[in-house]
Ligand binder design. Structure first.
Ligand code: GTP
Ligand code: MG
Length: 325
């Protein structure tokens, strides 16, 4: 799925396999929004009990909309992971913010995450204004995340400062990292789902295919191992993805950077850096796919791709279309 396609299938087109849902089946869309690095993707991985989204300590890890699906017999919730709301400085940043803003339109419930361990600043204020502008009448839960990092001395002060930012229907203290408060959150969300169809099979957790997941995992390892402008200058394209008869999976990936100097850094002395990234990515892809994985990484310069509309489009960074329903 790309960011310019409708979020959910039209109920009239749903396959008959989903029609065994009970008559009082509930379903809905939960948009997960907030500033970069507050823990949106970590929360979705935690709720689903499996990793579907890339996570890193660097801001702006998530670049594309990604769905996580949580189902039981009676309810289906579609979580929309979004790029962080920020003041964009590149065209890629602009596309990312548009993708995040567009997620408000489809939502039955909006989850706004904040990092409660730090005092809110002007950027939080700006984020709160964006949320107020876009939420309409949609119910909003404010999640004060990273509760595990709350210092005792400043606990009340921090909670009060964050709670004052946004008008919410309910505020909850959670830790996406250790799971505190997440069961209560899921119960709260289930209770808020309207009557609706089962959009996806009960056992499906993501709409992403293995190519997409492979690209995200490789990019995550780049984010984890590199510093300064490198993490943000890398895009990953899967050139080949082959499941061989002997059970192995062969993946060829291209890592694009914006300049020659970045290429040198990403490859590293004697290829050390790219090797580290490859080893980490291969291990994780092996665990996810359950097969042994052969991973080839190549680095190429795609000059200033983050500012070039054509290159952004080629790499799948497309803004949502205005007339999407
Ligand atoms: N201590 C602590 N760290 C957390 C928690 N939730 C997330 N993190 C960490 O915060 C960092 C950012 O997490 P992400 O899930 O990538 O954040 P995000 O909001 O998706 O970030 P973007 O995709 O960049 O917008 C990672 O290093 C996480 O491990 C939490 O509850 N407690
Ligand atoms: Mg993210």
């Amino acid at each position: 799925m790309t960011d310019s396609q409708p979020l959910l299938p039209n109920p009239d087109d749903l396959d008959s396999v989903f029609e065994d849902a009970p008559e009082d089946h509930h379903s809905g869309v939960v948009a997960v929004v907030g500033r970069p690095n507050v823990g949106k993707s970590t929360l979705i991985n935690r709720i689903l009990g499996q990793k579907i989204a890339a996570v890193s300590p660097k801001p702006q890890t998530t670049r594309k909309r990604q769905l996580g699906i949580l189902s039981d017999e009676k309810t289906q919730m579609i979580f929309v992971d979004t790029p962080g709301l920020h003041l964009p400085r590149t065209r890629l940043g602009e596309v990312m913010v548009k993708v995040a803003e567009n997620a408000f339109r489809d939502a039955d419930v909006i989850l706004v995450l904040q990092d409660v361990s730090e005092m809110p600043d002007r950027a939080d204020q700006h984020m709160a204004e964006t949320v107020a502008r876009l939420r309409g009448e949609t119910p909003l839960l404010l999640l004060l995340n990273k509760a595990d990092l709350l210092s005792k001395a400043k606990r009340l002060e921090l909670i009060a400062a964050h709670s004052a930012l946004i008008a919410y229907d309910k505020a909850m203290l959670v830790s996406a990292l250790n799971g505190d408060g997440v069961d209560e959150l899921v119960k709260e969300l289930i209770a808020r789902m309207p009557l609706g169809p089962r959009y996806f099979p009960v056992d499906q957790v993501s709409e992403a295919n293995m190519r997409f997941i492979a690209a995200e995992i490789i990019r995550e390892k780049v984010l984890l191992h590199t510093e300064q402008e490198i993490p943000h200058s890398v895009a990953v394209e899967i050139e080949g993805y082959r499941e061989l008869e002997d059970g192995r999976t062969e993946i060829d990936a291209l890592l694009y950077v914006e300049r020659d100097t970045q290429k040198g850094i990403l490859i590293g002395k004697g290829g050390e850096m790219i090797k580290k990234i490859g080893t980490d990515a291969r291990k994780e892809l092996r665990d996810i796919s359950g097969t042994s994985v052969h991973l080839e990484l190549h680095v190429k310069v795609l000059k200033n791709w983050r500012s070039d509309p054509k290159l952004l489009q080629r790499l799948g960074y497309t803004p949502p279309s205005e007339d999407e329903s």
